[in-house]
Design a binder for this molecule. Structure first.
Ligand code: ATP
Ligand code: MG
Length: 690
């Protein structure tokens, strides 16, 4: 029973038999159908990969489901544990009908994730290897840290934190841009058993205050200002306002440790609160560069992180140490086919889960060389990413569809003027990647040579859940493919009944995995009702998906965003992908609006490629594209020109605001302060009838 969906995938090897005939497709020929073709990793790639074939994957996957304890213990054993976990490798209750939700992995095991990221790699002889290449906002401003140097910097900060009274279990709030000090601060907390809560340094003072009030940190770590693109952002002023707001809510912050980011702002020009504020550079270098570890239980909290807030009020997701460590390291290694000679760049900010699991912990646990980039990907021009790729010989490049689409819009010459020869694996996360964006990324950026790991996962899941293993099987542009080891995704209908074979429905997960979140901070009840009550017995992701005849999984967006047109359930991702495949459409977001006849109608916001003017012909041609690709029932009823789309600070389209604009409920826009650029809302409203 457990292996039902594994069996549905055993069709893969036989499909793989047809592969040679499809080889022409790899060369990037225009394709008639969006879905029905496969992109096959080259033989050279597959041969050198950790997992080289569907059969090899299936064998490992089978074991991970049949014997999770044995499977994960083997991976856990690759790390240092001061004391091994107890007899029970994991215990879980994911069924709300049987009592409180509870997940534990490696309980009783004593370890430290900072030790495994740094000390252990140094002990293994990699002390002189580059841990971090730091690239500043301005081209030519950069720095490096070896594993040994990184450990020294982490120890100095850890000693300071201890000295000012931060103890195991205390919360530390980090509000820093992508300086090396950001991962350093995270690791320093982990070293002494403190719980870090990183807040993306683009959030407003209100959002920051909310989080301070929620987690009550002993100390806030920030910097005075940062230069992002051509803008200077005065972070310390934002922190000052947030702390003042917190104090009004009976939450005092005793210490504000401030890094002087000289390239953005001098000490002398920084506002200062005597007694509370301390300059990082004045105190930290005085501390010893070795620091004793605080050994913690596998189930002791590692960090607290708020979700991006795409669907409303952010949730304070809590992750613990041991399972998270094993899971992020293992997923990183397999999903990117990581090898010690790789140079790895993930463009996400450490303020998001992607920056936790796949800038900091996952890569460092593997002893990888990581790029930390302070700047904006289109500054000073849209070629910056590829300039960085060439400069550091980046071999694994992991980013978000929003960035792919925005660079696509700027034209190919920004890409083709760089070599990009070093690249071998690409990755995508954050939203469904539209097949046309996938293809551009694959054909142009990766020269049709680099598999794309389209990783579906969430803040809550800690690590990848559904992801290609490059080298293992053919890819379909836009599909996140198959589950990672140990993950049992199921598709259920409205009643929570599992649906088999080719289908569409709600994406849930059966059984726990080591990287799963353990609670919502301070609100276990909300944890249970948000994720485990809708479909008892399962973890409910909130996302919808389709599973095709070959077992590939296609994410269709959040179920709250599903549109029901005359009884057809249509995922936002499907219509958006059809629109984006139009050569003049750069980006699209669709929402449902009330419709007298159809129940719901489709309302599409469309951003055009740089320089293309709005016209009625173009409108018709966009609608035609959707009719052709999906069907007449999915044709948008309205195309609304959008110079920009409202996005969260992590770059995701916020459809809840678009729904209000589409239905002209302008007084119900709700909180728009978490938008990256609240100005786009006004712009959209003014273009409603054009
Ligand atoms: P909130 O839960 O506060 O609304 P959020 O869901 O955007 O915010 P994250 O945990 O950062 O916060 O994002 C996870 C979500 O991002 C997933 O549930 C899914 O909707 C989307 N997502 C992430 N990766 C992919 C992917 N590869 N394909 C499709 N969707 C993805
Ligand atoms: Mg979410």
């Amino acid at each position: 029973d457990k292996l039902r969906h594994v069996d549905s995938m055993t069709t893969l090897p036989s499909r793989a038999g047809k592969i040679p005939k499809l080889n022409a497709l790899i060369l990037g020929e225009a394709l008639a159908s969006e879905e029905d073709h496969l992109i096959i990793p080259s033989q050279d790639f597959s041969e050198q990969a950790h997992v080289s074939s569907p059969a090899e994957y299936l064998e490992m996957y089978r074991r991970s489901i049949e014997d999770p304890a044995g499977f994960w213990s083997d991976f856990a054993s690759q790390f240092y544990w001061k004391e091994k976990w107890g007899q029970t490798v994991y215990s879980e209750n994911l069924d709300i009908r049987k009592g409180s939700i509870n997940i534990e992995w490696f309980k009783g095991g004593i370890t430290n994730i900072c030790y495994n990221c740094l000390d252990a790699n140094i002990a293994a002889g990699h002390g002189e290897k580059i841990a971090i290449y730091w690239e500043g906002n301005e081209p030519g401003v950069d720095a490096t840290l070896t594993y040994k140097q990184l450990l020294q910097r982490v120890c100095q900060l850890a000693n300071y934190l201890r000295d000012v009274g931060v103890k195991k279990g205390d919360a530390v709030l980090i509000y820093l841009p992508m300086l090396m000090e950001l991962p350093i601060a995270m690791l320093a907390c982990a070293r002494i058993g403190a719980v870090h809560s990183v807040v993306f340094a683009g959030f407003s003072s209100e959002s920051l205050a909310q989080r301070i009030i929620d987690c009550k940190p002993k100390i806030v770590i920030t910097c005075n200002a940062v230069q992002r693109g051509s803008k200077t952002i005065y972070l310390k002023d934002i922190v000052d306002a947030a702390i003042a707001e917190s104090v009004r809510n009976e939450t005092a912050v005793d210490i504000c440790l401030t890094y002087e980011n000289v390239s953005a702002l001098k000490k002398e020009s920084t506002k200062w609160v005597e007694g509370r504020d301390t300059w990082w550079q004045d105190v930290i270098p005085k501390y010893s560069d070795t620091c004793d570890l605080e050994w913690v239980d596998a189930e002791d909290p590692l960090f607290l992180l708020y979700t991006s807030g795409s669907t409303g009020k952010p949730k304070g997701v809590l992750h613990t140490t041991g399972g998270y460590m094993v899971y992020t390291a293992t997923t990183f290694k397999f999903a990117f086919d990581y090898k010690p000679s790789d140079v790895y760049w993930c463009t996400a900010d450490c303020g998001w889960i992607t920056g936790h699991s796949y800038v900091t912990y996952g890569p460092l646990l593997n002893g990888a060389t990581v790029i930390v980039f302070e700047g904006a990907p289109n500054y000073p021009d849209p070629g910056r990413c590829w300039e960085i790729v060439d400069k550091y010989k980046v071999s694994i490049f992991y980013t978000a569809p929003t960035l792919v689409r925005s660079l696509m819009r700027e034209g190919n010459e920004h890409v083709t003027r760089y070599s990009r020869k070093s690249l071998r694996v690409l990755g995508s996360v954050g939203e469904p990647i539209n097949p046309s964006a996938w293809r551009w990324f694959f054909n142009l950026v990766g020269d049709s040579r680099c598999p794309i790991s389209d990783t579906w996962w969430q803040t809550e899941t800690g690590g990848f859940m559904i992801t290609p293993l490059p080298g293992a099987w053919p890819q379909k542009p836009g599909s996140a493919t198959f589950p990672f080891f140990g993950i049992q995704p199921v598709v259920v209908d409205e009643k929570g009944k599992e649906i088999e074979g080719e289908c569409s429905g709600y994406l849930c997960v059966k059984s726990s995995w080591p990287g799963a979140f353990r609670t919502l901070y301070g609100d276990h009840e909300r944890y249970e009702t948000t994720y485990f009550s809708a479909f008892p017995g399962y973890y409910f992701s909130g996302d919808g998906c389709n599973r095709d005849k070959d077992g590939y999984i296609w994410l269709t967006g959040r179920v709250d965003d599903v549109i029901n047109v005359s009884g057809h359930r249509i995922g936002t991702a499907e219509v958006e992908s059809a629109l984006v495949s139009h050569p003049q459409c750069a980006e699209a977001a669709v929402v449902g609006v009330e419709h007298e006849v159809k129940g719901q109608g489709i309302y599409a916001f469309v951003t055009l490629v740089e320089g293309v003017p709005y016209s009625d012909d173009l409108r018709k041609s966009l609608i035609m594209t959707v009719r052709k690709q999906i069907g007449a029932f999915a044709a948008p009823d309205k195309i609304h020109w959008a110079p920009g789309l409202p996005k969260t600070r992590s770059g995701k389209i916020m459809r809840r605001i678009l729904r209000k604009i589409a239905s002209k409920q302008l007084d119900e826009l709700g909180d728009i302060s978490t938008l990256a650029d609240p100005g786009v809302v006004e712009e959209l409203i003014s273009l409603a009838d054009s």
